[in-house]
Design a protein around this ligand. Sequence first.
Ligand code: CO
Length: 432
Amino acid sequence: MPHADSHLTARDLLDFIDASPSPWHAVATCESRLRAAGYQALDEDARWSLQAGGRYFVTRGGSSIIAFVVGSAPLAGRGLTLIGAHTDSPGLRIKPKPADATGGMIRLGVEVYGGPILATFADRDLSLAGRVAIRTGGGIESRLLRFDAPLLRLPNLAIHMNREVNEAGLKFNKQTELPLLLGIAGDDGAERRFRALIATALDVAPDDLLTWELAAYDTQKGTLWGADSEFIADSQLDNLASCHAALSALLATREPEQTCLVAFFDHEEVGSESAAGAGGSFLGDVLARLAGTFGLDDEDRRRMLAGSFFISADMAHGWHPNFPAAYEPCHHALVNTGPVIKSNANQRYSTTAETAARFMALCERAGVPCQQYAHRTDLGCGSTIGPIVAAQLGIPSVDVGSPMWAMHSIRESAGVLDHGYMIAAMSAAFAS
Ligand code: CO
């Protein structure tokens, strides 16, 4: 049975996710926890002067964030311990001019972001969250927006019109069958009604709404489940669970010798190629400025990178007893059995024997079990930010994650114990 502490940690994770219905909200949630712990905000467009022992964070694009505590040991001698994760999750994004009235119903057109299991979005109590650009007296402002009440729905087609659904699966044409139902179109027109809804929520004039990035999110809160409440279910476990674990480990780190850093990137689910994504310059820029502000020359900056260690944390595929044929028989990652080290000879994961061994040693030091995962050879393997960061910065890297079920469903599930284990392993990394 899970320890009471692991239930508290799991509940804190669910609160973290429920406060973070979009990548922009996830960064705001991290920011408020960092500020509460005394971390100081840095601006990318201001000059930085950092102190040894100082705690800082910086955001890019509103949806990626890097936080770090400067250790007492010299950067060039010891390097940094870095943990990376991603703030985005696959799903449905509202188009810039989404509203149409079809048969008297207002529908919102969506784009498919990344690779969600679309069928899981049907019949959920969906709402809207993201950010909106508005015109103000002083120029342009970006505001977070979240509707708490269910606002949208993708009702299933009745089985009487879709007789093969249980044999053929639930399929949607992405253009014509995914638009989300919002309401009955009145005389005002669909677009005006939609804009008025947003303007009212933000308390601005409809004409001052410029545009938005909005996601459909599931309003159902996260929950514990199972005979001993040993499992959790929520949206966005991939990968807000890894963000929460790394942030919790960082916030618990007091006066470290080594400089400790967490980096949470947007756009992983669509390939990371963006200004704020892991394929952009954000982490490299922060490391260069960190080195610069402490007076490291080019030689010492390279020594700093060579001495660093990057842990790429992203969720892993937990073994599902109903689908044994989907898994590599010798590499079952069992839920509630500890962090998973992910390996792939084709470098879809950044793990090497040397970095895997380092992570195994961290788990041992933390007193937590760990597991090894390889994908079936006859199935395509996913990837992570691990290989991207490793290639850009030349830092030794390992790919790890907690085992979970139903990755990319709108309602994913995982183990209570694994989350505590992961935080313990990451804390050991920051303490080394
Ligand atoms: Co992921």
